[in-house]
Design a protein around this ligand. Structure first.
Ligand SMILES: *Cc1c(COP(=O)(O)O)cnc(C)c1O
Length: 470
């Protein structure tokens, strides 16, 4: 492709994107293709000869597009938002055009210094403790793995890094509602999933801290070494918040690394009305949240904060001679702050977003989403055929259909609600997902796409009411 072609085609693509966002409500949110449909519509062999852009783009529109589930559809209410915004998309154009590797300062000083700057900005916006150091990781899963590896190394004076495992057994703690990425990290870090203690939760799905302390004591008596507690600031199931401050006290008392997973809900710390959580957050050794979930920044962009920078670097630093530079004492080489060597220039899109929205613009958006959640909660509560299954703390509503006239068991209700969810999603009008809370099949309605309106939420609620009949 010549540069003149690139000029022409990029205009075609930009127009297509703008049009796509204009028309996005016309497409089914959940892709309606069958398994293997896309794979089977594509040629068995790669092309021998070059193909024209027009042909490739046509196939994108005719084949690929119908297999896309529209995360940027304003009626995408499944899982969690992975919202984006035009400033973020434009910055991603530039990032891909520059095509840099942000592995160390010298490989692009702007990438390293902008990363430090935007992470400082986030810290200020959220009033995080001054002694946190920020770095952008690809995902919360990676951030949590990095935290647990650092915790393991700090607890063993960096012994496993050097000599591998001895006979010592380690334990990690989280609530039974914690995200699966914690168990995954515990597996990969060589701690073993049987040594992850999933502490029971109370009626609000928050960790019971007396049981946490009891588990730690028992483990110590039985010769285990507790190395990390993971607190949840917004569980995936119901956005429950663990008693963050009390966990901090326990972690402090027993000298255990304290990591807080705020993957989606962490963004809410930019709002003064959620600042009461800060005291707990600031007791942590590390904290992660994803601007790529609920802060209008394209995936991937995970903000990871850690207090003991020395422990982090000692866990991950390795400087072969071909990577040593004269500036290593004065700058951040982010390859030493995590697992990857090659890294994307992720700070650029976050910078575009923070500047384009401003703190006020971001706050307005989040408050709007939260107000929509409250509005929907009220609607659901006023229809006696439905019940709310967890406190609505932020932007996510957990509920189920439960007709009052019939005397149905939980397992019958689970079946009915699963069918209801399938019908909602097959309609293409909206996309919701589910979880299980106290053995109840639960519909989750998570509000956070950038352009979602009150109409999107209320029309989806009407659809649900119509599907269960009058
Ligand atoms: C989404 C989520 C994660 C995983 O985030 P990734 O960035 O996809 O790894 C972890 N924890 C919680 C609470 C989440 O909601």
């Amino acid at each position: 492709m010549e540069i003149e072609d690139f000029e022409r085609y990029s205009e075609i693509i930009t127009n297509w994107i703008a049009n796509h966002y204009r028309e996005i409500r016309n497409f089914p949110v959940l892709s309606q293709v069958k398994p293997r449909e896309i794979f089977d519509s594509l040629p068995t062999n790669p092309p021998e000869e070059p193909e024209p852009f027009e042909k490739i783009f046509e196939d994108f529109q005719n084949i690929i597009f119908k297999g896309v589930t529209h995360w940027q559809h304003p009626r995408f209410f499944a899982y969690f938002p992975a919202n984006t915004s035009f400033p973020s998309i434009l910055a991603e154009f530039l990032t891909s055009a520059l095509g840099i590797q942000a592995m160390m300062w010298i490989t692009s000083p702007s990438a390293a210094e902008l990363e430090e700057k935007v992470m400082d900005w986030l810290k200020k916006m959220m009033h995080l403790s001054e002694n946190f150091h920020g770095v952008i990781q690809d995902t919360a899963s990676t951030s949590t793995l990095v935290a647990i590896l650092t915790a393991r190394e700090k607890a063993t004076d960096f012994e496993i890094n050097k000599n591998g495992f001895s006979n010592q057994k380690f334990t990690v703690y989280c609530s039974e509602e914690a995200h699966s990425s914690i168990e995954k990290a515990v597996k990969i870090a060589g701690i073993g999933s049987n040594n992850l203690r999933k502490i029971p939760v109370d009626e609000n799905f928050s960790m019971k801290t007396d049981l946490l302390e009891q588990a730690i004591k028992e483990d110590v008596q039985n010769g285990f070494k507790p190395i990390c507690i993971v607190g949840a600031f917004g569980t995936t199931g119901s956005t429950a918040v663990d008693p963050l401050e009390q966990i901090g006290e326990i972690a402090n008392r027993y000298g255990i690394w304290y990591h807080i997973d705020g993957a989606m809900v962490g963004s809410a710390l930019i709002l003064p009305e959620f600042q009461h959580y800060l005291k707990g957050i600031n007791t942590a050794d590390s904290f992660v949240f994803n601007p790529h979930k609920w802060l209008f920044t394209n995936f991937d962009c995970s903000a990871f904060f850690v207090k003991d920078k020395r422990a982090l670097l000692e866990t991950f630093q390795l400087t072969p001679s071909y990577l040593a530079t004269d500036f290593d004492q004065q700058v951040n080489n982010y390859r030493d702050w995590g697992i990857q060597l090659g890294r994307r220039f992720r700070a650029l899109k976050l910078w575009f977003v923070l500047r384009s929205f401003g703190i006020k613009g971001l706050q307005d958006k989040l408050r709007y989403h939260i107000s929509l959640a409250k509005q929907l909660e009220k609607e659901i509560r006023s229809d006696c055929r439905f019940e709310i299954l967890a406190p609505v703390n932020f932007n996510t509503i957990c509920f189920r259909y439960k007709p009052t006239d019939a005397n149905l068991t939980d397992s019958e209700l689970n079946e009915i609600n699963k069918n209801l969810l399938d019908k909602i999603n097959a309609s293409g009008f909206a996309f919701l997902s589910h979880t299980t809370l106290k053995n109840k099949f639960t519909l989750r309605f998570s509000i956070g796409q950038t352009n979602t309106t009150s109409e999107d939420v209320l029309n989806t609620w009407k659809l649900i009411q119509n599907l269960v009949g009058r």
